[in-house]
Design a protein around this ligand. Structure first.
Ligand SMILES: NC(=O)c1ccc[n+]([C@@H]2O[C@H](COP(=O)([O-])OP(=O)(O)OC[C@H]3O[C@@H](n4cnc5c(N)ncnc54)[C@H](OP(=O)(O)O)[C@@H]3O)[C@@H](O)[C@H]2O)c1
Length: 308
């Protein structure tokens, strides 16, 4: 039995090294190197090339290297008999809390505006917002959304949360799926932390932006295809939205010709809100691999019928 690592961004050796130092007894292979296919029972993947899973007849589980699993569902060679797991990791959670919090403060205090003023040697004080002026609405109150909501609420922000099912979290007003419009009308800083599913694809569009109070701000840290880019630009140009911080894009890296790059009210980061740490994540993969080997239920298993 062995684990196959499949990613195409040159980071596989970091993961192999983490296995070597934490679980040298487990055989791990880079999919690009020669390996005995019949030994593979678990595939550990991040944005894998499609069509590979069917080559592994003894494959039982596909494990995501991150919190998201959309790229596994999109692969036609993933089938319902395979188990799927994702990462739920304390580092991933605090990294996301900190990143969203940093973006909220940068927006409130107009830090991006000062950064652009600097390129014109422009000394100019601008009005800024205080906590009482904003209501942060978080779409997706799962592992990352609810922790981020709590972190912001603990700092004195007014926080709302929206998710499929209603949540009970102290200090946070929560809305269930049917109450989206009620949630939007009270939100002026919208944070997207939804999983990408057929239901949420394209959800950040002109119609949704029009239901926010005029001049709202978007912090998008979930997945690129949630956002209809042209709709955001039009909504900013009309003043319905005042700007956005965007960390994720339908095609990554973002095309150098994208209008987002040159837009003064759109602030781009390269999918870095919260990045899985191999050292931290490999420990839970090892636990799940041992559970798989001994036919025990897996941790952080994804409900493949629900789709996230
Ligand atoms: N930018 C980055 O660096 C980065 C890093 C890590 C993760 N992410 C993104 O963050 C996403 C969220 O991660 P997570 O671990 O928090 O996911 P999660 O625990 O699965 O939470 C998903 C939340 O979204 C809600 N939801 C799902 N579909 C919905 C719908 N159609 N309408 C309303 N609510 C819906 C769920 O509602 P219920 O609670 O009712 O089921 C749940 O609250 C990931 O999928 C990934 O795309 C980004």
């Amino acid at each position: 039995m062995a684990i196959l690592l499949i990613r195409q961004d040159g980071k596989t050796s970091q993961w192999l090294n983490a296995f070597k130092s934490q679980a040298s007894q487990i055989e791990c292979f880079d999919y690009n190197e020669p390996h005995p296919k019949e030994t593979i029972t678990m595939a550990l993947v991040w944005k894998q090339p499609h069509g590979l899973f069917e080559q592994y007849k003894n494959l039982k589980c596909v494990a995501s290297m991150g919190a998201g699993v959309d790229f596994i569902f999109e692969d036609p060679s993933f089938h319902q008999e395979l188990l799927m797991t994702r990462v739920v990791d304390p580092l991933l959670i605090t990294d996301m809390e900190e990143f969203v919090t940093a973006q909220v403060y940068a927006y409130m205090k107009g830090l991006y505006q000062y950064h652009s003023q600097q390129s014109f040697s422009l000394w100019q004080q601008n009005p800024y917002l205080r906590k009482k002026d904003i209501t942060i609405g978080i779409m997706g109150m799962g592992v990352l959304g609810s922790a981020t909501a709590k972190a912001l609420s603990d700092q004195g922000f007014n926080v709302l949360g929206w998710s499929n099912s209603k949540k009970q979290i102290e200090g946070i007003t929560t809305y269930e799926k049917v109450d989206l419009d009620l949630f939007l009308e009270k939100t002026n800083v919208l944070v997207c932390l939804l999983p990408l599913t057929p239901d949420t694809n394209g959800i950040l569009n002109e119609s949704l932006f029009s239901k926010l109070p005029r001049g709202a701000y978007l912090i998008h840290v979930a997945r690129g295809p949630h956002l209809v880019g042209e709709d955001l630009i039009q909504s900013i140009d009309k003043g319905q939205m005042c700007g956005a911080a965007i960390d994720v894009f339908p095609t990554e890296p973002l095309d150098t010709k994208s209008p987002f790059w040159g837009h003064s009210k759109i602030h781009i980061t390269p999918h870095c809100a919260s990045i899985s740490s191999p050292e931290s994540v490999v420990a839970q993969i090892v636990v799940n691999y041992n559970r798989l080997t001994s036919h025990q239920p897996l941790l952080n298993q994804v409900d493949t019928l629900k789709g996230y």
